[in-house]
Design a protein around this ligand. Structure first.
Ligand code: ARG
Length: 478
């Protein structure tokens, strides 16, 4: 059934165009929201006497039957050739209540209806996304509490840089995901604006009380300009941006864990439940779950660019281009929802090799900066200290040695004291102890935000308060 036709001599479109333009296969998932918006609108038409009480009751009963039909028939969409979900609802309504269905769209358009349904969908979906993100925060905080005693190399340029606590590392991702939740919340609040009653573009000709409609549909505010209300898709772009950035964060974490799980690092072992094998190489255990997170991050990013490109240069008001918004939005939201939940589980179940991490933190030259810092405390300018330690590092690497070969307080190891003093004249047991202790290096980073255990414990308490606050906020909302 078509919602238009009178103006056309030919009733059939070219089947290719029919297929090209249908959106039912995508927007049918808005059916409940469409029914809710239609019902609220019918009640309002009854209140302002644009429908007789009997008609309003009949339409509402009909819409209720359609809702029951949808809920009791999992395959309700079947092979319907409806143009979109709005046409389907009207068609189904007519089967339920006959010609009265034709009064359904008195003064309202699919343009204000689809904008309303999409916003209703998004408000609910973002809440689920925030819950999934909260699950990830919980995983990260739990692992962080568990791993307070473990240090590992921190990297810049993927080159070993300075030792950090594993807890500190988890909490870095905690920060990113908390910001993501803030963005989802923010987006949800801005999307909380009712377009219904804006008509096709110019506003409704009947005196509908849009404040009443907003209250009934649970919107916080009313879109103030009908041209904008029917053609605004900022909320789609915002949601996709928040999703794309969250996916970028998940993708970084995925990449770290992929690297950490290679035998060369062997810092972590992923649970079997999130790994796959090879059809050819029997020994393989591949991190496909995390690779797909990385891959889907690219897709969501593409959806964001697609949505922005769709809006750019679009003349006011509604244009059919806007129909592309829903496939983008649904895919973006679904991907980020699943990825958040999945990564929460991957983090919760992975096994950490604390000994490997600690050993790696002692390898190489991760305490080089600490040596330079100690020389600075002795009055040597940092640039000079940097040069001295740098030369010692070069000498050691030329000999295929690292700081583990330096003469310690107790015993002379591979290198002699005299050798070391060629580069660092003040070399003594205190410097040796600093060079040999990633733990001391970590312990010294006590300034706010640093990796010292006391400071990480403070971060962690803060993280746990954040979780408690979010749990309350997300559970209290209807
Ligand atoms: N399926 C359309 C969409 O998603 C509904 C609005 C159609 N409006 C119109 N004027 N053709 O955008």
């Amino acid at each position: 059934m078509k919602l238009w036709g009178g103006r056309f001599a030919r009733h059939r479109r070219d089947p290719l165009f029919e297929k090209f333009s249908e959106s039912f296969s995508v927007d049918r998932r808005l059916v409940e929201h469409d029914l809710a918006a239609n019902s609220a609108y019918v009640r309002e038409l009854g209140r302002i006497r644009m429908l007789e009480a009997r008609e309003a009751r009949g339409l509402l009963r009909g819409l209720e039957s359609v809702r029951r039909y949808v809920r009791s028939h999992p395959n309700w969409a079947g092979r319907s050739a409806a143009e979109d979900v709005h046409s389907w609802v009207e068609g189904r309504l007519e089967r339920e209540i006959g010609p009265l269905a034709r009064k359904l769209r008195t003064g309202r358009s699919r343009n204000d209806l689809v904008a309303t349904g999409t916003r209703l969908y998004l408000k609910g979906a973002l809440r689920e996304v925030e819950l999934a993100a909260l699950h990830l925060l919980e995983s990260l905080a739990r692992r962080s509490r568990e791993h307070l005693g473990i240090s590992l190399p921190g990297f810049t340029h993927l080159q070993p840089a300075q030792p950090v606590l594993l807890s500190h590392y988890w909490l870095a991702y905690f920060e990113m995901i908390s910001r993501d939740i803030g963005r989802f919340e923010d987006c949800r609040h801005r999307a909380d604006e009712l377009p219904l009653g804006a008509g096709a573009l110019a506003g409704a000709s009947f005196p509908v009380d849009r404040a009443r409609l907003a209250r009934e549909l649970g919107f916080a505010r009313i879109a103030q300009n009908s041209l904008d209300a029917t053609s605004d898709r900022d909320f789609v772009c915002e949601a996709l941006f928040a999703a794309a950035l969250a996916m970028a964060h998940l993708s970084r974490l995925a990449e770290d864990l992929i690297i950490f799980s290679t035998p060369a690092f062997a810092f972590v072992t992923l649970a079997d439940a999130y790994s796959t094998g090879s059809s050819l190489m029997p020994q393989k255990k591949n991190p496909d779950a995390l690779e797909l997170v990385r891959g889907k991050a690219a897709t969501v990013l593409g959806r964001l660019s697609g949505a922005l490109a769709m809006l750019k240069g679009l003349p006011l008001a509604y244009n059919r281009d806007l129909q592309e918004d829903k496939a983008a939005l649904f895919e973006g939201i679904e991907s980020v929802l699943e990825a958040l939940e999945l990564v929460a589980r991957v983090v919760a179940t992975l096994e950490v090799d604390a000994e490997r991490m600690k050993a790696a933190a002692a390898e190489g030259f991760l305490t080089a900066t600490d040596l330079a810092d100690e020389l600075v405390r002795r009055g040597i300018p940092f640039a000079v200290a940097h040069e001295q330690v740098g030369k010692l590092v070069r000498y050691c690497s030329d000999l295929k040695r690292d700081f583990r070969s330096l003469p310690s307080a107790e015993a002379s190891k591979t290198l002699s004291r005299a050798e070391v003093r060629r580069f660092i004249p003040g070399w003594d047991s205190r410097l040796a102890a600093i060079a040999g202790s990633p733990e001391k290096s970590v312990a010294r980073k006590t300034a706010l935000g640093g990796t010292a255990p006391s400071e990480v414990r403070r971060q962690l308490r803060r993280a746990e308060r954040t979780i408690a606050r979010l749990r309350k906020a997300l559970n209290s909302r209807s």
